[in-house]
Write a protein that binds this ligand. Structure first.
Ligand code: AMO
Length: 417
């Protein structure tokens, strides 16, 4: 590459004038490079340099030179610099990372914020994670699906739905591809989807958003044990790829991660209640595990782990009760520290039982008619799970707030940018 002529397009990240010699750090999607304007350069180049400010879009044509003292060991000696588009100066957001800026302000100027080393690193890791996930499913013979996001009935309980004005019908934004992914196991057997779902979360927490990207998987002829194995293999793959490919990004985030040993521990819900009780948390069998209890679990168990065999009443209608003791269900949550990353289980594949469960949940089976019909047409036993990708990214990158793990987060108060 040395001595070859190149043309680069990118953004001015730093401009440094040392008198005779002047430097620009040019940034593009792959990284940064030093542009060095030596004392012998034309007055035209100097005047363009003087006119530059941070985040201007420029083109630089010049010669590549090996320079050990330059970052990355190379620099460009420019013949020509053109300003393609100027940015305002000063910019509304501090981008150097030297001054701490509130997350809310960063999100107000998200496109600028994403150019900071920190945010950039988070989404580069996200990209590696997504590639690893897709490769895993391709290698395991899963078919990628896309299910409707405008739907007619709730799956995860009725309170968190966003209504949509849909001509003369009642409709909602999908909370989950649940019913469709289950139906599709009767055709393609093994399916997965990576797509947004919508939840009208009233509460304003650091782990809930109203629009999230969910990774859903569903497989015929498997039960929840098989899905837990797939889930941990998938996570293990993600850890492997992120550790192999994202050392620079992890360093920027000051995050040291090790690939957790598989198999991940499987605790039954009852065992977790015992662990919590013996550590002074007030909780009874049948209670949901609240934030306080989750934080306690996070202190006690640092590796990813499963909580399985939840009380049937705590889980949605489509989760299969255990045959021998139906008050417990074939269900699981995958936890990482204090965060719930995924939940899943064996599904009910017998129509009558499913109708009963819908009624027990206080819902009307008629609104599930389109779904229930498909159980008359050869529905295989099946199981699956849903993984909240932002929560997974949060855990891997060590973020405190899920908003940092989503490009343009949507919550109770934020609808723009
Ligand atoms: P569940 O509702 O538990 O299960 O969601 C699965 C995973 O999605 C993530 N998640 C969220 N992340 C951020 N903000 C939210 N508001 C939010 N809600 C959920 C969590 C959670 O573990 N249909 C089932 C899955 C299945 O059984 O296949 C479902 O949606 O990480």
């Amino acid at each position: 590459m040395a001595h070859s002529e190149v043309k680069l397009l990118g953004w001015v990240e730093v401009k440094r004038d040392l008198g005779k010699i002047k430097f620009i750090i040019l940034r593009d999607y792959k990284g940064k490079i030093q542009i060095t304007i030596p004392p012998t350069s034309s007055s035209e180049l100097t005047s363009i340099f003087n006119n530059l400010s941070r985040e201007d879009v420029i083109s630089v044509s010049g010669i590549v030179k090996n320079t050990p003292q330059a970052p990355n060991g190379v620099e460009i000696i420019p013949k020509e610099i053109k300003i393609i588009n100027k940015a305002v100066s000063p910019l509304p957001l501090e981008l150097t990372g030297k001054i701490k800026v509130e997350l809310d302000t960063r999100l107000d100027y998200r496109i600028l914020d994403l150019r900071t080393a920190r945010s950039n690193a988070i989404f580069k890791i996200n990209n590696v994670m997504l590639i690893a996930i897709r490769n895993f499913f391709v290698e395991n013979d899963f078919m990628e699906i896309h299910t409707p996001k405008i739907i007619a009935s709730a799956t995860e309980g009725g309170t968190e739905l966003f209504p949509v004005a849909y001509f003369d019908k009642e409709a909602f934004l999908a909370q989950s591809p649940q019913l469709y992914k289950e139906q599709l196991t009767s055709v393609f057997e093994k399916v997965y989807e990576i797509a947004p779902v919508f939840r009208a979360e009233e509460s304003n927490t650091t782990r809930h958003l109203s629009e999230i990207v969910m990774l859903d998987m569903e497989a015929a002829f498997k039960d929840y044990n098989g899905i837990m194995v797939l889930c941990e293999q998938l996570l293990d793959r993600v850890f492997k790829e992120v550790i192999n490919k994202c050392q620079r990004e992890l360093e920027v985030l000051k995050q040291k991660i090790q690939r957790p040993k598989t198999p991940y521990r499987r605790y039954s819900y009852s065992e977790i209640i015992e662990i919590l009780t013996s550590n002074g948390v007030k909780i009874n069998w049948g209670d949901d595990i609240d934030t306080f209890a989750l934080r306690k679990l996070g202190e006690l168990i640092q590796e990813p782990y499963f909580i399985k065999d939840w009380p049937t009443k705590n889980k949605p209608f489509y989760i299969s009760p255990c045959i021998d003791h139906p008050e417990v269900s074939e269900s699981f949550d995958l936890m990482y520290g204090w965060l719930e990353i995924a939940s899943g289980g064996t599904r009910i594949h017998q129509k009558e039982l499913l109708i009963n469960r819908i009624k027990e949940k206080g819902m009307n089976p008629e609104s599930f008619d389109f779904h229930l019909k498909t159980f008359d047409w050869g529905m295989p036993p099946h199981a699956g799970c849903g993984i909240g990708l932002a929560r997974l990214l949060m855990s891997i990158t060590g973020l405190d707030n899920i908003r940092e793990a989503v490009l343009f987060p949507r919550d109770r108060y934020r609808l723009t940018p």
